[in-house]
Design a protein. Structure first.
Length: 449
């Protein structure tokens, strides 16, 4: 039984931060961020700019011919790794009934769950950082310039260079899958340090792709620490740091302009009368943080981003709410960090993301595992779309926003006309590569309310 945390009694913590009471009791909560600021102001908190995102986007364009050649999965999209934006009306109806929302909602789903190459949101940031590293190495060794055809990377001189270098990463699964598959395919000797909670099929798939998988008995934090230490001892090894990497973050941020183009194609307007609400599952924070940054740059103050976490791993919510950021781990407060949402089983948030994004995010909420399974099954029944548990965390978001009776929703005019013009977007982050037997287990999971 925990009585004191970071020099304060639990009673002091909960009196300073009342929402900690239901959080520590494992209840699902919503917190709307009082620090939210206009974008012009909030951008002062982050050391990255729109120009950095443009450069990341241009880099992905340079790589496209190489990717189209090296990865048959993206040949049809000319080497661009992007997901579909789909409408889910039957799911929306079922969710309105489930959450007792009277008014109709326009609900979209972003299928990062089915992104090519690695079947999760990690195909954005993870693969981008592998590409970035390959490019920098090849340029430094005089084998490539930005004006070259990047298919050169598949030729013998570049391949000899890449094969002499290593990439390592610590992962609960999907980041390892993404970086492992991309790293090995590019030619790097790739090692993935995996936590105990990682799924067996992900380890098997990586080993089949020629990746070295090292398993740890501890959680994600320990796998990262061990991986980082081993990599630091080797100058030819690049360690991909999920918690602090701005490269990874910028790879995710390119999603903003991509989504904006998809909205334009589908004639969906985003403006003051038609705000966009986006619900992003959050683990360590790099993925949702980078995407939210990109969305803010693309849509300005008309987009509202909320992060969703499991009740067992509410690290980003607690970090931003208390101001402790990466000084906090949920386990120190007696929260288990045990969840079936394996992409989200993170006990300590990224301090970089929490501090950089804290005035750009409208809110945070948590979802129980039982609810994630129920939603997974509901989405399958209504839309025949199959996701992994983590990827459902965005689904309850619109109901949390619309039911919010405090200042936030009211300030946005959500009880009045704007609610009708709003678009709500569930960012579905993973599931496309889950094997059938594993998916059958999710679909038959008894643990739903
Ligand atoms: C990694 C992951 C996330 C969250 O990304 P972070 O960068 O860890 O916050 C969400 N959903 C799935 C399925 C993931 O694999």
């Amino acid at each position: 039984m925990i009585t004191s945390v970071y020099g304060k009694s639990l009673a002091d913590w909960t009196s300073l931060f009342p929402l900690l009471t239901p959080i520590l009791a494992g209840e699902a909560v919503s917190w709307f961020n009082p620090q939210i600021a206009p974008l012009g102001e909030a951008l002062n908190d982050i050391a990255l700019s729109a120009d950095d995102v443009r450069q990341a986007s241009a880099r992905l364009q340079r790589f496209a011919p190489f990717l189209a050649q090296a990865f048959p999965e993206v040949a049809a999209s000319d080497g661009i790794i992007e997901s579909e934006l789909v409408s889910v009306p039957a799911f929306a109806e079922a969710l309105r009934a489930r959450y007792d929302i009277a008014a109709p909602v326009r609900l979209l789903l972003k299928k990062d769950s089915h992104l090519p190459i690695s079947g999760s949101v990690k195909a954005r940031g993870g693969i981008y950082e592998v590409l970035y590293h390959a490019e920098q190495l090849a340029i430094r060794h005089g084998l490539l310039s930005e004006h070259d055809d990047y298919r050169r990377l598949a030729e013998a001189p570049c391949q000899a260079l890449l094969r002499a270098h290593k990439i390592a990463v610590g992962s609960t699964g999907n980041l390892g899958l993404s970086i492992g598959i991309a790293g090995a395919r590019l030619g790097f000797a790739t090692t993935v340090h995996m936590s105990a909670d990682a799924r067996q099929w992900k380890k098997d798939k990586l080993r089949a792709a020629g990746v070295t998988v090292i398993e740890y008995t501890g959680d994600y934090g320990q796998a990262v620490e061990q991986g980082r230490e081993q990599a630091q001892a080797d100058p030819r090894c690049h360690f991909i740091d999920d918690e602090n990497s701005t490269t990874l973050f910028l790879g995710y941020a390119v999603a903003g302009e991509r989504l904006k183009a998809q909205f334009a194609e589908q004639n969906i307007v985003v403006d003051a009368e038609h705000p966009l609400f986006v619900y992003l599952p959050c683990g360590v924070g790099g993925g949702p943080g980078g995407i939210a940054f990109g969305l803010k740059l693309a849509f300005g103050d008309h987009v509202h981003c909320l992060f969703a976490e499991p009740t067992a791993s509410p690290c980003m919510l607690m970090g931003v709410y208390t101001g402790l950021h990466d000084g906090l781990s949920v386990q120190d407060f007696g929260i288990s960090n045990r969840t079936a949402a394996d992409g989200l089983a993170v006990g300590r948030p990224s301090g970089f993301v929490g501090r950089s994004m804290q005035r750009m995010l409208d809110g945070f909420y948590t979802v129980t595992d039982a609810e994630l399974f129920a939603l997974l099954q509901l989405l399958d029944r209504t839309e025949h779309l199959r996701l992994e548990p983590s990827a459902l965390a965005g689904a309850p978001g619109f109901a949390r926003v619309l039911r919010e009776q405090q200042g936030y929703a009211h300030r946005l005019g959500l009880h009045d006309g704007i609610a009708q013009g709003a678009t709500h977007l569930i960012w579905a982050t993973g599931g496309g590569m889950v094997p059938e037997a594993e998916m059958a287990g999710y679909l038959n999971h008894p643990d739903h309310p």
